[in-house]
Design a protein around this ligand. Structure first.
Ligand code: NAP
Length: 284
C-alpha cells in the first residue's frame, strides 16, 4: 500500500540511464507507474554540478531514487547530495531512496546528510555490482581475456543490480521501508580470480585474473587514456575500500524483499547469454 496521491506523481530516477537507475525506471514503468529520468541527457536535464537544474527536475514528482555520479567519495559529493536532499524536502518531495556504497566513510557522511535534511529516507548501502563486469569498467578487461586489477585475493560479495533495483522499487512504492538501512550484497564473497573463473565458465572463453599493484594499474589506466578523476577513484576504491572490510555478506536483500539474493553464477549465465562477452560480436 502506498499513501494516496504519491503513486500518481512520477518518481524522479537520478542516474536513470545508468546501471541501477535504468533498472529502477524499467521496473516502475512495467508496473504502470510514472517515472521521470534525472540525468544530463534527460528532459528537463539534471546535472549534479548545476544546482539550478535540480528544481525543474523536482517539480511535480512524488519521490526520488538518488544515485550520485560518479561516487560519493569524490570531493564535494557529500555536500552536494545533502543540499539536494534539503531542496527536495523543501519542495515537498521528502521520500528519497539513496544509493550508497559499503565501506566508504564519505558514503556514510552522505547518508547522515540526507537523514539530517528531514527526508523520509531509505538507504541502500551496496556492495560492488556484478554488472561492473558486463556494463562498466571491468567489461573491457573481460573482453581482453585478462582482468588485471589491484584486488589481490580480497573477496567481495558482488550484488546483482537487478536485486538492488527490486529493493529500490519496494522502498519507493511500499510502506515500511522509511528509516531502513539495507546493506545489499550477493549471497557469497568471491575473489576477482573466482569471479573471472565464473565468467570464463559461463562465456566459454579463457579469462584470467592478473593481480597487479596499485601503481601498475594507475600507469596502465593513464596509458589507456582513462580520465584522471576516474583513475583516481579506482585507485581509492581498490586501495582503501577493497581491503577486506567488506568481505562479509549482509542481509539487506532478504530483509527488504523476503527472498535470497541472486548468485554470481546466475548473473554470469544470463549476462553470457546476452552476448556481451562475445568477442566476435564486439569486433564486428
Ligand atoms: N559500480 C558499483 O559497483 C557501485 C557499487 C556500490 C555503489 N555504487 C554507487 O552507485 C552510484 C552510481 O554509480 P554507477 O557506477 O552505477 O554509475 P551509473 O549509474 O552507471 O552512472 C551513469 C548515470 O549517471 C548519470 N550521470 C553522469 N554524470 C552525471 C551528472 N554530472 N549529473 C547527473 N547525472 C549524471 C548518467 O546519465 P547522463 O550521462 O545522461 O548524465 C547515467 O544515468 C555511485 O554513487 C556509486 O558510488 C556503485
Amino acid at each position: 500500500m502506498t499513501e494516496p496521491g504519491r503513486d500518481t506523481k512520477p518518481t524522479l530516477v537520478l542516474g536513470g540511464t545508468g546501471k541501477t537507475g535504468r533498472r529502477v525506471a524499467e521496473r516502475l514503468g512495467a508496473r504502470g507507474l510514472p517515472t521521470q529520468i534525472g540525468s544530463r541527457s534527460a528532459q528537463p536535464p539534471f546535472d549534479w554540478h548545476r544546482s539550478a537544474s535540480w528544481s525543474p527536475a523536482l517539480d511535480g514528482v512524488g519521490s526520488v531514487y538518488v544515485s550520485y555520479h560518479p561516487d560519493l567519495a569524490v570531493p564535494g559529493a557529500v555536500d552536494t547530495v545533502g543540499s539536494f536532499a534539503e531542496l527536495a524536502v523543501r519542495s515537498g518531495v521528502p521520500r528519497l531512496v539513496l544509493l550508497t556504497a559499503r565501506g566508504e566513510p564519505e558514503a556514510e557522511e552522505a547518508e547522515d546528510a540526507v537523514r539530517a535534511s528531514g527526508a523520509e529516507a531509505t538507504i541502500l548501502r551496496s556492495a560492488w555490482f556484478m554488472q561492473d563486469f558486463s556494463e562498466d569498467f571491468l567489461l573491457e578487461p573481460v573482453l581482453s581475456g585478462e582482468v588485471a586489477v589491484p584486488a589481490g585475493d580480497t573477496a567481495e560479495p558482488f550484488v546483482d543490480a537487478d536485486d538492488l533495483a527490486d529493493v529500490a522499487v519496494a522502498a519507493l512504492t511500499e510502506d515500511g521501508h522509511v528509516g531502513e538501512l539495507y546493506e545489499l550484497t550477493g549471497p557469497r564473497p568471491l575473489t576477482f580470480s573466482e569471479a573471472a573463473d565464473e565468467i570464463a565458465e559461463a562465456s566459454g572463453r579463457e579469462i584470467r585474473y592478473l593481480p597487479v599493484s596499485i601503481e601498475q594499474h594507475a600507469a596502465a589506466a593513464a596509458e589507456q587514456g582513462m580520465p584522471g578523476e576516474f583513475a583516481e577513484l579506482l585507485t581509492y576504491l581498490f586501495s582503501e575500500v577493497l581491503d577486506g572490510r567488506n568481505a562479509h555478506v549482509a542481509d539487506g536483500i532478504q530483509r527488504a524483499l523476503g527472498r535470497q539474493p541472486r548468485d554470481f553464477a546466475d548473473y554470469a549465465r544470463d549476462a553470457a547469454a546476452t552476448g556481451v562477452w562475445n568477442v566476435s560480436a564486439v569486433a564486428n
